[in-house]
Design a protein. Sequence first.
Length: 144
Amino acid sequence: MTMLAPILLAILLVFAIALALLGLYTLRLRARHKQRGLFGKPWPIPSIKPHELAPVFSTGPFGATLKAEVRFVGNADVPGGTSDLESWILAGLAKGAMEIFEFGTCTGRTTYHLAVNSPPRRQGDNPDPGSRAAWQLQGRRGRR
């Protein structure tokens, strides 16, 4: 019995340390998810209200105004996709954008929101088809 006590104590100590580390890891994940610092540290990206970002999101007495109206497709719980709030903000910002660059990574929903809510392009904004064909031909020549 006396030989077993130190072994059990060592196993209990290792288990307690592992449990403490797992708890700390869980707290860090939760803080990141909630976008708050762990143990009072400030989050590196400050939170702001949408109307502080752009005037299109200014609110009236009953919430968002018609200036914030966008064409929108809701999130169907796609893992890793943008939330409905994020999509609404991106679509609202697209309404006044002169140029947009979007690096799509999931379903194309964000690309749709940006495209359908951005101002229509003038004919003069389109590249010359001759230069585009020349560019495509030059790209093909570079392949081996």
